[in-house]
Ligand binder design. Structure first.
Ligand SMILES: *Cc1c(COP(=O)(O)O)cnc(C)c1O
Length: 355
């Protein structure tokens, strides 16, 4: 790995006071080029613009995939990342689905570790704050021809992630638009999935909701995801979530929350959840909680669900009663190095680059 350090760091403590997510980039980025069937040696260099032609194929045909991970610091200034091999596997699954080349572990995993090590002063220490890691790959071949590209850039960017006051959100259940289709690319973290979701989300916002609960694209009868998160539903004392499929992203947070729930003695069921079942549970007072799971916010609770024209308000639960609050705290305590990590999820970033 080639390392070209920045001449003078742009870091100052006021970065950690920022309230914006994904805008305050660290000193460095990692770049690797794929050409003639192989990856070149990755290079860590000062963060900044790169030159790309408007004919680059990703702009036209959308071959672009990404990942989202975080780095955390504990009280002893040790830096950790969380289950990085899961993101690595998923990234390459997305690559295969988009007909892009896979990225080897020596570039993805070693690259993440090296750049987080180098920019470790950018990892904040306050509980709830973190350094967001964004691996991304896009097609760069200069050609306006509808086929897969022969050239790509793989890049890792790092940006401060604040702890924002998490007010409960309201979500509207999709009854017309879809995020993902049977046989489509829903389980890949590819740019087009997000592009396709913005308009339906803005329509839901006009109806007074924050986000959309996506349903199956065939009949809109089963719930699949919420916004860009996996979704969990508590009916009575049972925690339900849909099985992953080619329409549902296999979230690392989802998987971790499910493991923590099972080990806390919560009754967990992974099966399709129908809108009708949710609505009936709401009517009978059994719909206790609905929440989203994802790396950015960890767990996002919903206080109102839109069933067609009916806005169903959920009764807030106390922190002790709420599965969402309990599971979120358990997960964050592991991520921030406060609790034991019986699962071996934390990966410590050793100090080598600066040493
Ligand atoms: C990233 C993402 C998730 C959550 O995945 P995590 O690994 O938990 O961050 C869920 N759904 C969609 C559509 C996503 O893009």
């Amino acid at each position: 790995m080639i390392i070209e350090k920045i001449a003078e760091s742009n870091f100052n403590d006021s970065v950690f006071d920022s309230k914006v997510f994904g805008k305050n980039f660290s000193d460095h980025m990692l770049i690797a080029h794929y050409k003639d069937g192989k990856w070149d040696e990755p290079k860590i260099m000062p963060y900044g613009p790169i030159s790309v032609t408007p004919a680059a194929m990703s702009f036209h045909y959308g071959q672009t995939i990404f990942e989202g991970m975080k780095a955390y610091k504990n009280e002893d200034e040790e830096v950790f990342i969380f289950r990085p091999e899961k993101n690595f596997e998923r990234f390459n699954k997305s690559a295969v689905r988009l007909n892009m080349p896979e990225v080897p572990a020596e570039i993805f995993l070693d690259g993440v570790k090296a750049i987080v090590d180098l920019d470790r002063q950018w990892v904040p220490k306050d509980y709830g704050t973190s350094l967001y890691l964004r691996p991304v790959m896009f097609a760069t071949e200069e050609a306006v021809s509808a086929r897969s590209s022969n050239e790509y850039i793989f890049c890792i960017l790092l940006a401060f992630a604040p702890s924002y006051y998490e007010k409960p959100l309201s979500v509207k259940i999709a009854d017309f638009y879809s995020r993902a289709a049977q046989g489509g690319v829903g389980s890949a973290k590819c740019g087009g999935n997000y592009a396709a979701s913005f308009f339906p989300t803005s329509e839901a916002q006009k109806d007074g909701y924050d986000q959309v609960i996506w349903t199956d694209s065939i009949e809109h009868k089963f719930i699949e995801e919420a916004g860009t998160m996996n979704v969990m539903v508590r009916i009575g004392n049972k925690l339900l979530t849909a099985p992953t499929s080619e329409r549902i992203l296999n979230g690392v947070t989802r998987d971790s929350v499910l493991a923590l729930a099972k080990d806390s003695g919560i009754d967990v069921e992974i099966r399709p959840i129908s809108v009708e079942e949710m609505y009936e549970a709401y009517k009978s007072g059994e719909l206790k909680e609905v929440f989203g799971c994802g790396t950015a916010v960890v767990v996002s609770t919903y206080n109102a669900i839109g069933f067609g024209d009916e806005r169903a308000e959920l009764t807030p639960l106390s922190d002790e009663e709420s599965f969402a609050t309990q599971l979120k705290k358990k997960l964050k305590d592991i991520q921030y190095g406060i609790a034991e990590d019986p699962y071996g999820w934390r990966v410590k970033i050793e100090e080598t680059v600066n040493a």
